[in-house]
Design a protein around this ligand. Sequence first.
Ligand SMILES: Cc1cc2nc3c(=O)[nH]c(=O)nc-3n(C[C@H](O)[C@H](O)[C@H](O)COP(=O)(O)OP(=O)(O)OC[C@H]3O[C@@H](n4cnc5c(N)ncnc54)[C@H](O)[C@@H]3O)c2cc1C
Length: 444
Amino acid sequence: MKTQHKALIAGAAAGAVAIPIVAARKLNRRPARDIRSEPARAPSYWMATIPEIPPAPQLAGDITVDVAVVGGGFTGLATAYYLKRHDPSIRVALLEAQTMGSGSSTRNTGGVGRQLRGQESTDATQRGYELIRSFEEREELAFDLNEEVAALRLHRTLETIDGPDLVGDELARQIGSSFYQAAEAFTASSLHPGKFITSLVNANRQLDVELYEHTPVTALDRSAGRPVLATPGGQVTAGDVVLATNAYTPQLGVAVDQLLVMHQRVIVTQPLTDEEWDLSGLGHWSMRLEHGTYYTHTVRATPDRRFFFRHVLGHRSQEAVSWNIDERDIATGWRELLRRYPWLENASIDYSWLGVTARTRDLWPVLGEIEDHVYLSAGYNGGGVMPSHYFGYLLARRILGHADSDLDQLIRLPGEHPSWPPESLRHPIFQGAMRYRRLLDGRR
Ligand SMILES: Cc1cc2nc3c(=O)[nH]c(=O)nc-3n(C[C@H](O)[C@H](O)[C@H](O)COP(=O)(O)OP(=O)(O)OC[C@H]3O[C@@H](n4cnc5c(N)ncnc54)[C@H](O)[C@@H]3O)c2cc1C
């Protein structure tokens, strides 16, 4: 594999010309959207409250590398890191459209699962979880991995839960909300997403991974059978390409029918007063997930005792990765928060941001070699902190020629996933369901 890469570098130096492929063989790709048109993303609380990551340059000129990774989030940075860690002699470039971690990876809640969203934990996913822990230990990093977080899964009715741990008035007293009827308790894990991204960037820099920011890949073509990526500043010829673009993947015209883009919003209040903190119960139950699949809410305590609330905005179109938030969306989110925690009425919001998740119909990520020498890992269904890191590791090993039974178990190519309804129906279906859900919330 490596010898092939070296030969490719020599060939490209002689001046290869990219020939666009009209239709890829394994995957019915569509042309990429204008990826440069996405507005710059405002930083989240996680990034606004830690030291800034030193910037990386924009790609200027053509390069040839062994592996090109597209996307500088958890998936891309893990892939690049493990590639170079396992084989320091290869040349790896990571191309990020905006800045490192500016996608979902620093816009999330920071819960770290030991299973894929909606599935049972397995030995493979448990190993994925352990890998994050060993990454923190080995690199002597600190991203606040906390494995003892008291968490609740909250149910609005008793019908959806067997043997609840907390019900009724006692639940209301412990969490400062009478919106729910029952809850099951579990021990969750969490980390600081901003610190995790910073650690990943630093670890990549130490291994001499070439990091490029403000370098959107605008087309994926082929030259002499090998992938060629177009960017505004130059072309990247690669032995292998990893698309680590999660909810942004449909913009590239890839997995458009399998990945559904859902828009999320997060609200973070000012630090709570002692009285509010006690009322919230966040000192004990510091992470809460609402039972459900698509239109759930999450609550977590921040390190400086703020109230963190995530809610769903919905689906707009498959390629749209930014949501033009207006007064109505803001009022709706605030109303959803106050329905659950009315005592926050006078709290001010210090931070608020948007983010995207990628949903698959079977709740299983899209993972594997989708075309010759082109790999994809995406579609984490809002539970990507652990799988993005582990799948990056597994893809890195596969590219370097190692066999992993975990990867064989976890692979699911786009063609093996059920498709979402046609694009024209998705927006009305999901927005209609959102309205119905809010109506139910209001009736309680
Ligand atoms: C509000 C919210 C809360 C969440 N909470 C949790 C949680 O508690 N626990 C959990 O496990 N998961 C959670 N998630 C999901 C988790 O954040 C994601 O699954 C994870 O961050 C995915 O990482 P990624 O690297 O694959 O994608 P991203 O972090 O989105 O990275 C993709 C990167 O690719 C770049 N990119 C896209 N297109 C191109 C292109 N053409 N050229 C170059 N670069 C490109 C983007 O700019 C982006 O930086 C949440 C997500 C959101 C939005």
